[in-house]
Design a protein around this ligand. Structure first.
Ligand SMILES: [Fe+2]
Length: 217
């Protein structure tokens, strides 16, 4: 696994799949990322930059998470950290054991999308005191998560309709069929989401890490 090469591929096509250089050594990833000058960031309150993702049904999930709304069903396609002022540029998912639930990935295409509306339609992000306004497409890339972003004008509504339907038709399913797999996602270039989890795959476990590749402005 060469993280810089995987990132170069992800920057072009949206994602890259590879293998840990040594079995069960995912602790090497933050080290490699540090060598590239990337900054590890936490995407969930109360958690560090490394999260363990497990399937949760609605009753088990923490409030205001995707699992609280969708449970074991397919997740809507989204950008991780959309609730953050600066969503991370790189998401790395690691699975030591193969599992049968793919990650779905979709790169918005030039056709069929009103890019002007994506850049200028306004969404309310989050709720309460920390809520803010943002478009789905910013100079640094996409911000979209239908659980926490609600359209605040007509153009945003149109963009949300597109983003909520189009990916379901065209997303690529990336399988987790090898041991020690590493998926590098260009988080602001594509949207991703877990496919529906079958009962036999309830033990699925992914580790997620998030990074910014440029220092904060
Ligand atoms: Fe995600």
């Amino acid at each position: 696994m060469e993280l810089d090469k995987m990132w170069n591929e992800a920057r072009r096509s949206g994602w890259a799949m590879g293998q840990l250089p040594y079995a069960r050594r995912m602790d090497l990833i933050p080290y490699y990322a540090g060598q590239l000058g990337w900054e590890a960031v936490g995407t969930r309150a109360g958690e560090g930059p490394v999260s363990v993702l497990r399937p949760r049904d609605q009753a088990e999930a923490r409030a205001e998470t995707m699992s609280a709304v969708y449970g074991l069903d397919a997740q809507p396609l989204h950008v991780d950290g959309s609730h953050m002022i600066r969503p991370p540029e790189v998401i790395i998912l690691v699975s030591e054991e193969p599992n049968g639930t793919p990650t779905r990935i979709w790169k918005p295409e030039p056709q069929g999308l009103d890019w002007d509306a994506a850049r200028h339609g306004v969404f309310t992000v989050g709720a309460g005191k920390s809520a803010f306004l943002a478009p789905a497409l910013e100079p640094d890339g996409w911000r979209y998560d239908p659980v926490i972003m609600k359209p605040a004008d007509e153009r945003a509504r149109q963009v949300a309709d597109h983003l909520n339907s189009e990916p379901n038709l065209k997303a690529t399913e990336v399988p987790w069929d090898e041991e020690n797999s590493v998926l590098v996602v260009a988080n602001r270039l594509v949207m991703h989401g877990r496919a529906a989890v079958s009962e036999s795959d309830r033990g699925r476990k992914l580790v997620r890490m998030a990074f910014n590749i440029r220092s904060a402005k």
